[in-house]
Design a protein around this ligand. Structure first.
Ligand code: AMP
Ligand code: MG
Length: 364
């Protein structure tokens, strides 16, 4: 790791009581949207709820009826949920999960796009990113009706074969999905939100809003620029217990950003912290000291998948990967006596451009 990638050492209590609370609202607030100057007159903002969180969009260059656009966005999100949601029994993905082995299923174009990215990241990460972890997520109490708990090692071992993604046969050209074992289940939570952000951004573009910022639960995509011609600028999410003197921000010009954190969903047992991102190779919550990984990429789905993958890796390995591939990555590392910010060179360069075009005001 190069010395340039080490930033400030941030002092503070690593685990004050408030950090133990799951605070989706705080998280959303943490990722403050940069807003445009209301004096420009055409700035519009709409919002709603989806995927257990909120969405919002803002634009300033097209005379679009906000109610009409909001309805179009809701309709697109409904379509996506019918395809990708693990929380709906009748979704395409749930039907596949309940289906039998060796029975090919024809899938939609939306599911095709998400499966292509999931399969690609699985291969690229040598299995660190894996969309077949649902049985383990339930065993650890992060999904389903059970409370978070540490399962017996034998139980974890017995579930590992059910999470073997090589048991999935994905023929993208034919859009056909087949499993080799009945028990294989897919969970798209690690990248579906990113895909939905990209889909909404596409919709805005088609509607004529070529300068916009769109977000779902803190994953964002920006196109074009703000009314004054400067890049959209967003704040980087951080744990509530980390108080930086200045809010870290990133300028986004035709780019997307996603954050994955171990402080969103976790429990503690016998002094050990267990968070909802699992290492598929041992079936246990990832042991890295990374508290959060923020990635800027061309698409929100790419950023979303990468952020989750980086959370599985050791902090040094995540940073080395980012350097090697010139990825713009901002990591918050948890230390015994505080946090440390680690940035890749690409993130540093990105943040250094457009410096001075500050946030005008929070979006919510
Ligand atoms: P995210 O918030 O985008 O990082 O996604 C986290 C969610 O992805 C978890 O709640 C799980 O449903 C799922 N997940 C957990 N571990 C992994 C992993 N190693 N690879 C892919 N998905 C995962
Ligand atoms: Mg993700």
């Amino acid at each position: 790791m190069s010395p340039e990638s080490v930033d400030d050492l941030v002092k503070g209590s690593p685990r004050p009581p408030k950090d133990r609370l799951i605070r989706p609202l705080m998280l959303m607030l943490a990722l403050l949207l940069s807003s445009c100057d209301p004096a420009s007159g055409t700035h519009q903002r709409i919002e709603g709820e989806t995927m257990g969180t909120s969405w919002s969009a803002q634009w300033h260059d097209a005379e679009l009826d906000p109610a009409w656009l909001a309805a179009a966005m809701e309709a697109r999100l409904e379509e996506l949920n019918r395809s990708l949601s693990n929380w709906r029994e009748d979704s395409e993905i749930s039907r596949f999960n309940h289906g039998r082995a060796h029975e090919p299923m024809q899938v939609s174009e939306d599911l095709q796009a998400v499966l292509d990215a999931a399969q690609g990241t699985y291969e690229d990460s040598e299995g660190a990113f894996n969309i077949a972890l649902a049985p383990l997520m339930r065993a650890w109490g992060f999904q389903g009706s059970g409370l978070p708990r540490r399962p017996e090692a034998a139980e974890v071992r017995s579930l590992l074969p059910r999470t073997d993604l090589s048991q999935l046969k994905w023929d993208s050209r034919a859009r056909q999905l087949t499993k080799a074992i009945d028990e294989l289940e897919l969970d798209l939570s690690a990248l579906a939100k990113g895909y939905a952000v990209d889909a909404l951004s596409e919709l805005l573009l088609e509607a004529g809003a070529s300068n916009h910022l769109v977000e779902i639960g803190g994953e964002l995509r920006a196109r074009g620029h703000r009314p004054d011609g400067s890049a959209w600028r967003v704040a980087i999410a951080q744990p509530a217990s980390l108080s930086l003197s200045a809010q870290p921000t990133v300028p986004l010009h035709n780019l997307a950003i996603a954050t994955s954190g171990d402080y969103q969903q976790f429990f503690e047992q016998d002094g050990q912290r267990y968070a909802h991102i699992l290492d598929p190779r041992n079936g246990r919550p990832a042991r890295s000291s990374t508290a959060s990984a923020t990635v800027v990429a061309a698409s929100a789905m790419q950023a979303d998948a990468l952020a989750t993958w980086l959370m599985v890796l050791d902090t040094e390995d995540a940073l080395a990967l980012a350097q090697q591939r010139s990825l713009a990555v901002y990591l918050i590392e948890r230390l015994d006596d505080g946090y440390r910010i680690r940035q890749s060179q690409a993130m540093r360069l990105l943040r250094d451009t457009h410096r001075g075009s500050g946030i005008t005001k929070p979006g919510r």
